[in-house]
Ligand binder design. Structure first.
Ligand code: UD1
Length: 416
């Protein structure tokens, strides 16, 4: 299994380009299931999660072709509307095929995602929404089986704000008979990107980006070309890496547009952040000031940036409180950060981080995608060598990580 070796203590400086957003690409590629016409996507990141989804779509009968960041999908024939356990278990976002498959084929069998390292992540809201639209849904042998001749528009209300739940239901509603209203919808920018793609395909959607989305169903959707938005979490992660090392960087092909909560915290921590057209500059002080964090659905501070801020607080001056309100078990990186010398106390969904002068390199283990990112940041500031094991988590969500870090001056090496 590959490991990442980081020789810490180098101030990051220079320029790196941000890739397309994983969390936008996953639902948007699934949207291709809604049309018989070919779809072309650009700025698709080359990540393991994207490969997993393309394999999943391929085994359903979708013709997949790929040329670097460009992906063409032709779902003219779907001969097997099934998402098997072996594929879904490695990536929870596979559940995103459920809504489009039911809407297009009238039937779908999708494995339940099961447990996940960052806590129980049920899909009850996805199921409840499809049932409200008339689908007969049973859960048997670990599979969600949904059947309906044609979905009917309905008024939907999700019990909590769910990102993929909103996306699944929005896609399903595009081909339903009549109007669907999703209340308590997630407002994440990736939902707006998905809605833009669906509208280009002929869908009639209003309100994406607010908590009430209206979709007027149509009989069919057409093919389209769509460029995936920049990855705001990858952007935030590099900003944190530069901030923690006292660095000065410029990130291109991205923007601060969807990063207000993160940029605000970086400025509170003492960084200068300048928004340019399609680029961001950050200049960090020699030592950061710690900042309190509370995760919440967009536009508040994203849970996917919580671990990275724990790493920067670990070396900042002062103490900070981090509250995780989205997932119940998302502090696994804390024990690994402690191995590097961080002073962190956990009490339920709250972590208290007392900044220390320095971290020391050690061997640590990545436990999930964003936890891994926090270990990389800590490794970049730690004295000596940090070895990060199980970096397959990083490969799920960060495109050419060590290449981009090396371009910023970091001493990073992948070893088998
Ligand atoms: C998405 C993102 C993930 C991010 C998360 C929160 C993708 C592919 N993944 O995950 O990176 O961390 O949003 O911003 O976009 N819940 C239920 N029942 C449901 C659905 C959700 O109880 O049917 C709960 C979850 O357990 C969690 C909360 O709702 O506690 C929010 O989860 P959700 O927004 O659905 O996360 P994902 O869409 O899986």
């Amino acid at each position: 299994m590959d490991k990442l070796l980081i020789e810490g203590g180098v101030r990051l400086a220079g320029e790196a380009a941000i890739s397309g957003a994983k969390n936008a690409a996953l639902p948007i590629l699934c949207a291709a299931l809604l049309t018989r016409e070919p779809m072309t996507f650009t700025n698709v990141p080359q990540l393991n999660d994207i490969d997993t989804l393309l394999n999943l779509l391929g085994q359903m009968g979708v013709k997949v072709s790929r040329d670097n960041a460009m992906v063409t999908l032709d779902a003219s024939a779907i001969d097997n509307p099934v998402a098997p356990y072996e594929m879904v278990k490695t990536m929870r976002a596979s559940i995103l095929v459920l809504g489009p498959l039911v809407a297009r084929c009238g039937e779908a069998r999708v494995s339940l995602p099961g447990g996940c390292a960052i806590g129980a992540r049920p899909v009850d809201q996805h199921i409840k929404g499809l049932q409200a639209m008339g689908a007969q849904v049973t859960v048997e042998h670990g599979y969600v089986h949904a059947v309906v001749p044609r979905l009917a528009g309905a008024r939907l209300f999700t019990d909590m704000v769910t990102v993929t739940g909103t996306e699944n239901l929005m896609m399903a509603a595009c081909l339903a008979d009549g109007e669907t209203v999703i209340e308590n919808a997630a407002r994440e920018p990736e939902i707006v990107d998905l809605a833009n793609c669906l509208v280009a395909m002929g869908a009639r959607i209003s309100g994406a980006g607010t908590d009430v989305i209206r979709i007027r169903g149509v009989d069919r959707l057409n093919g389209a070309t769509h460029r995936i938005m920049p990855d705001r979490i990858e952007t935030g992660t590099y900003l944190c890496a530069a901030a923690a090392t006292g660095g000065e960087i410029r990130l291109t092909r991205t923007s601060t547009a969807y990063l207000d909560a993160v940029v605000d915290k970086l400025m509170d921590a003492g960084c200068d952040v300048v928004a340019e057209r399609d680029a961001i500059r950050l200049k960090a002080p020699a030592r950061l000031t710690s900042v309190n964090i509370r995760t919440s659905p967009y536009p508040a501070f994203p849970t996917d940036m919580q671990a990275q801020f724990m790493a920067i607080n670990a070396v900042a001056s002062g103490a900070a409180m981090i509250r995780e309100t989205i997932f119940e078990n998302r502090f696994m990186h804390a024990v690994e950060l402690q191995r590097l010398g961080a002073d962190i106390r956990i009490d339920g969904n709250t972590a208290v981080v007392q900044g220390v002068e320095r971290l020391q390199g050690a061997t640590v283990m990545a436990t999930d995608l964003r936890a891994s990112a926090s270990l990389v940041i800590a490794g970049l500031v730690a004295e000596g060598e940090t070895v990060i094991e199980r970096i397959y988590h990083l490969d799920r969500g960060y495109e050419r990580l060590e290449e981009k870090l090396a371009a910023l001056g970091a001493h990073v090496r992948r070893v088998a």
